[in-house]
Design a protein around this ligand. Structure first.
Ligand SMILES: NC(=O)c1ccc[n+]([C@@H]2O[C@H](COP(=O)([O-])OP(=O)(O)OC[C@H]3O[C@@H](n4cnc5c(N)ncnc54)[C@H](OP(=O)(O)O)[C@@H]3O)[C@@H](O)[C@H]2O)c1
Length: 339
């Protein structure tokens, strides 16, 4: 089958990487059209040896939309609210990176290694989960399948590019200012992130809750993806001065005991996961080493408690690749193969 695909938000950090993932895939793509804001009109991005111009998403008419089989959105919730319904009305299947539709009951929220089966033939809109949630659950799901899951406790170490091109630019600027002695930019992160960390990400959560929205996303989306509606999730999300690759320190309480060696074997056997057994700071995997790849790397795997079943682990993944672009393209590959 040859595919006609639209990428909306093509010039952003996720959009650019989605083009790269599409390029590397085996998909037979007859037509790829790229869309962004009027700021990017005419800018060219490469795809399989051709230079494709960026068009303005709002200017597409219904007839043009009907020409697509799939639309990949990575332009934020405001644009998704406006344009996703117009693509759905034109009969296009949509995979959306924004958070807007993730918790809607009729919208599957998918990590292909875990729950591609949640997508049925009638589903036209599929949501890509939050980046930290994808990376955490890639490691947790094989352990849950083997030993059940009672509780998930997480602390995140989230990269600046998780806040898009503007977040990355602000960190770069502030790292330079640290050396040159200029004033720091604080528009994206609220404070200078260089040589610092900020233990709060995004807006406050729903009224009456002490968590920030990023923490609520991890709780709600984990419950939906794992199919555990009562799962207890305690999470603290922290922005750190790393360019790309999110990391999480996880502790899971399991239903039955799982020896660290059994857990290690499960992780080594799971697609998309790699295990780092290093006990040496000179060798252990870090965000810098993991950046740019599609594997989620698990290290520090060990027993969590002395007398009850559970494990602690450290998980890292490039949040632009597996945490967003690669996961979305994997969903597309699954849909194109008949899901
Ligand atoms: N960054 C991550 O690690 C990450 C991970 C998971 C999910 N996500 C989600 O993915 C989405 C994209 O994030 P990002 O980090 O790639 O953001 P970004 O770097 O800021 O890119 C945003 C993209 O949206 C386009 N855009 C903005 N306003 C537009 C408008 N009015 N009309 C058309 N296009 C418009 C931008 O075009 P211009 O270049 O022309 O402005 C750009 O292509 C967001 O929903 C985000 O929550 C991001």
């Amino acid at each position: 089958v040859t595919l006609r695909i639209a990428v909306i938000g093509a010039t952003g950090v996720v959009g650019r990487e989605m083009i790269d993932c599409l390029q590397a895939s085996d998909l037979d793509i007859a037509d790829l059209r790229l869309f962004a804001s009027p700021r990017s009109r005419g800018a060219e991005l490469g795809f399989r040896g051709r230079a494709l111009p960026c068009e303005v998403a709002d200017e597409l008419d219904g007839e043009e939309r009907r020409a697509f089989d799939y639309a990949l959105f990575a332009a934020g919730s405001d644009l998704s609210r406006r344009l996703v319904p117009t693509f759905l009305a034109a009969g296009v299947r949509v995979i959306d990176n924004a958070s807007l539709y993730r918790m809607e009951a009729e919208v599957p929220l998918v990590v292909p290694e875990i729950n591609l089966g949640a997508v049925k033939a009638h589903h036209q809109l599929i949501a890509n989960p939050n980046c930290s949630t994808i990376i955490a659950l890639m490691a947790v799901a094989p352990l849950q399948r083997a030993a059940g899951l009672r509780r998930l406790i997480a602390a995140t170490y989230q990269a600046a590019s998780g806040a898009g091109a503007a977040g990355l630019a602000e960190l770069e600027h502030n790292l330079r200012q640290t050396e040159e002695g200029g004033s720091a930019a604080t528009e994206v992160f609220g404070q200078n992130l260089a040589s610092n960390l900020i233990p709060w990400i995004g807006p406050p959560g729903a009224e009456g809750e002490a968590d920030c929205e990023e923490e609520q996303k991890l709780r709600r989306e984990s419950r939906k993806i794992l199919g555990l509606s009562d799962l207890e999730v305690s999470c603290t999300t922290v922005r750190v001065p790393v360019r790309r690759t999110h990391a999480l320190a996880l502790t899971i309480e399991t239903e039955s005991a799982l020896a660290p060696e059994e857990a290690a074997a499960l992780i080594e056997a799971a697609p998309g996961l790699a295990l780092d057994r290093s006990r040496d700071p000179r060798e252990i995997q870090t965000p810098q080493k993991v950046a740019g790849g599609d594997l989620v790397v698990v290290s520090r795997l060990r027993r969590a408690f002395e007398s009850s079943p559970g494990l602690s682990l450290f998980v890292m993944g490039d949040q632009i690749r597996k945490g967003a672009a690669q996961n979305a393209v994997q969903i597309l590959v699954g849909l194109a193969a008949g899901h």
